[in-house]
Write a protein that binds this ligand. Structure first.
Ligand SMILES: CC(C)(COP(=O)(O)OP(=O)(O)OC[C@H]1O[C@@H](n2cnc3c(N)ncnc32)[C@H](O)[C@@H]1OP(=O)(O)O)[C@@H](O)C(=O)NCCC(=O)NCCS
Length: 130
């Protein structure tokens, strides 16, 4: 999926949540935390790498919201924080490979499908190439 970074929605975290951005060089990390007293308070997280010859692309990866925090807008907060930071660093176009659930989120945020993909996992013991 892809979308221009300009104009990407960047909602504020809902009440009870905060978002923090970290990372170094061209890899950014956004974390949404809450003080609900469970574990480390992590509610949602995502990563983004700035790529391309001129740093024009922003590739989002490992975007997730812990199950008990879903459908509260946190995935949107993570995507908004990452894409805004990437745009500030000069990137122009967002790229990602979406899961089925992720696709619903990204479509809501204005991303569009470039192509369908099938991801295969080898789960057997034997080497399939032998
Ligand atoms: C995909 C995921 C990150 C969404 O996180 P979230 O915090 O629930 O997302 P939001 O609350 O910001 O969702 C915003 C909107 O996206 C759409 N949406 C998000 N998840 C959806 C789902 N499972 N089914 C249908 N629509 C969905 C809805 O329009 C939603 O708005 P609404 O709740 O008002 O209807 C979360 O379900 C998840 O972690 N899934 C497992 C990991 C995964 O697949 N990550 C994506 C990898 S590409």
């Amino acid at each position: 999926m892809s979308r221009p970074l300009a104009g990407h929605p960047a909602p504020e975290p809902p009440a009870g949540y905060d978002v923090a951005l970290s990372g170094r060089d061209s890899v950014l990390v956004a974390e949404v935390v809450t003080d609900d007293g469970v574990a480390d308070g992590l509610a949602a997280k995502g990563h983004l790498a700035i790529s391309g010859d001129a740093g024009q692309d922003a590739v989002a990866d490992r975007i997730f919201t812990l199950p008990r925090h879903r459908r509260r807008g946190l995935g949107s907060v993570v995507m908004g924080a990452l894409t805004a930071a990437a745009a500030q660093r000069g990137a122009r176009t967002g790229l990602l490979v979406a899961s089925g659930e992720g696709r619903r989120l990204y479509e809501r945020l204005g991303w569009r499908v470039e192509t369908e993909m099938v991801v295969a996992h080898w789960t057997g013991d034997a080497d399939p190439l032998e």
